[in-house]
Design a protein around this ligand. Structure first.
Ligand SMILES: Cc1cc2nc3c(=O)[nH]c(=O)nc-3n(C[C@H](O)[C@H](O)[C@H](O)COP(=O)(O)OP(=O)(O)OC[C@H]3O[C@@H](n4cnc5c(N)ncnc54)[C@H](O)[C@@H]3O)c2cc1C
Length: 527
């Protein structure tokens, strides 16, 4: 990826999550000169710690939010067709419970509508007996059959990276570890940003015709509140990662928690089984990555008992955990945030457009909304119709593909147009997936060389997901990765051991079982 520090930009985007990446891509498509800055690493915020579902949100349709569901379903279908290997259709089971909403006839209608909006027909009813054949330890008490339907999953951090890649290939500039510490103003109008390189501490001032604040849960730090009476409420959601051999699921299932009747998912992701999510007010310092608490962990394990009733997972079955913070735009002092709208909000002050809330799935739709508002501050360009987020990619006959076709397709999905270069330059022994994962050393080498990797955690937690998918953050593969980092980034032994210390600290504090040796102490869940 390229970097830029020139003084005059049409657009500066602050925030390197999926919202900022989508805006950058859309703006570059229209011919604007754009720079994106991210205070930590790309996708470091919520966008590497979501549930990773590209979905219409059946729950939103069931609660009457037709508009959000429609946008999300249309985006889901586009993403599946534009980014195969990265956004993949997945089967979901939605069990129906006696005396709980929705009753069977309403569910039938809602699933028909869900598919109809998306232009597909993929749903059907499933009996208790059939459901027990698929999930053979499921507790069928109070169960009234289920519906099967489809949504999709992705690797959220790679989705951000892929969108950034498309944007930089088309001329956009990006900088990670670069924090917008303040806004430049002329009178009241925002004219640019003050930027601090967090590695060197160097500061500079950059001017732009319009600044876009795409900082998610941080949006209130740089901008006024979205509108009188509205606030951004940070809500934490946590997940646990289990070994799929011991706790296998081929499709996702949408369980009801016995304690509070909240719906949550058990689903397959990258060869593991995931359980999530919780939904808890998170008034903590947002500059410290969120971590799961012991209470959340227990809550998720209790949910798992319904699916694995004969051999429920215990703490020592957990490979890793992750927590993300969702910015919910809500009225001050409002009630149950789980029920608050997941719609995004765009608001404007002179020279700056802010966008927060929403869903990863609808990032393109959000980008279009933002660009529409930003155009008031920009020279007019010829209006474009629907613009693609991703250029289509296929492997040619001469490409060296990993012997496992799924790995090959995933590499094409993750790296887009660059996958061909990656594969053709890969040494034979590096084009093989690392034990028990779908990631090859060739991908790591490519990311180190081309994707602005600064720290070991950038590589293990966002360029690849080895840190999420392997015990102890992937300790077992670090020895194979070390020589590549030394060779490509010139790290010496001292640098390596500093990075190792930093990485182990992050894994212990934010991606492990709370209370495990060296990890964060259990914190009480806040209301
Ligand atoms: C638990 C959970 C599960 C979810 N599951 C799903 C799901 O399955 N499907 C779905 O569609 N959506 C899901 N979402 C929602 C989705 O993840 C978010 O809507 C989306 O990731 C938000 O992206 P963002 O770019 O707006 O924010 P972020 O990803 O948080 O990006 C904002 C970035 O701004 C940076 N930043 C902040 N201040 C500055 C500054 N001063 N200078 C420079 N950079 C700055 C931050 O470091 C951060 O990286 C989930 C959310 C959560 C919390």
């Amino acid at each position: 990826m390229t970097e830029g520090t020139a003084a005059d930009w049409d657009i500066i985007v602050i925030g390197g999550g999926i919202t900022g990446a989508g805006i950058l891509r859309e703006a570059v498509n229209r011919g604007y000169r754009c720079l994106l800055v991210e205070q930590r690493d790309f996708a470091w915020g919520t966008s590497s710690r979501s549930s990773k579902m590209v979905h219409g949100g059946f729950r939103y349709l069931a609660s009457g939010n037709f508009k959000l569901t429609r946008h999300a379903l249309l985006e889901r279908e586009r993403l599946i067709s534009e980014a195969p290997g990265l956004v993949t259709r997945l089967g979901y089971f939605f069990p129906l419970y006696k005396n709980q909403f929705p009753p069977r006839f309403a569910a039938r209608l809602l699933f028909w509508l869900y598919d109809r909006i998306a232009g597909i027909r993929n749903h059907h009813r499933v009996s208790n007996r059939k459901l027990s054949e698929i999930f053979n330890q499921i507790n069928t008490t109070e169960l009234n059959g289920a519906f099967y339907y489809t949504d999709a999953v992705t690797d959220d951090a790679r989705l951000v990276l892929r969108v950034l890649q498309e944007a930089t290939d088309a001329g956009g500039m990006v900088r990670n570890y670069s924090k917008a510490t303040g806004l430049l103003r002329n009178g009241g109008r925002v004219t640019g940003i003050r930027l601090q390189d967090t590695g060197s501490d160097e500061s500079l001032e950059l001017k732009a015709r319009v600044v876009i604040n795409a900082t998610g849960a941080w949006a209130n730090r740089l901008a006024e509140e979205p509108e009188a009476g509205l606030t951004i409420r940070p809500q934490r959601g946590s997940h646990i990662v289990l070994c799929a051999e011991k706790f296998p699921v081929k499709d996702a299932i949408f369980l009801v928690h016995p304690r509070d009747s909240r719906r949550l998912f058990v689903y397959p992701w990258e060869g593991r089984t995931i359980i999530g999510t919780t939904d808890i007010y998170h008034p903590m310092d947002l500059d410290i990555a969120a971590s799961i608490t012991r209470e959340e962990l227990d809550y998720l394990l209790v949910a798992a008992n319904q699916l694995f009733s004969e051999s429920p997972p215990a703490e020592n079955d957990i490979i890793s955990t992750w927590s993300g913070v969702r910015p919910i735009i809500t009225t001050k002092g409002s009630g149950d945030p789980s029920k608050a709208s997941r719609e995004h909000k765009v608001w404007v002050e002179e020279g700056m457009v802010s966008c927060s809330g929403g869903k990863m799935t609808t990032f393109h739709h959000m980008a279009l909304d933002v660009i529409k508002k930003a155009q008031g501050f920009l020279p007019q360009v010829t209006p474009t119709g629907y613009t693609r987020m991703f250029e289509p990619v296929t492997a040619s006959g001469g490409d060296v593909l990993p012997s496992d076709p799924a790995t090959g397709e995933a590499i094409l999905g993750r790296f887009g147009e660059r996958a061909r270069e990656l594969l053709n330059h890969a040494a034979e022994n590096e084009a093989v997936p690392l034990a028990g994962t779908g990631t090859c050393l060739a991908e790591l080498r490519w990311s180190i060389m081309n994707e602005a990797v600064v720290h070991l955690d950038d590589l293990m937690l966002r360029r690849t997901r080895l840190g999420n998918l392997m015990h102890e953050g992937g300790e077992a593969v670090l020895d194979s990765i070390k020589p590549i980092l030394m060779q490509e980034l010139g790290w010496d032994e001292v640098h390596w051991s500093d990075e190792l210390k930093r990485y182990r600290g992050i894994i212990n504090q934010h991606y492990s079982v709370p209370g495990a040796v060296g990890s964060a102490p259990a914190r009480p869940a806040t209301p």
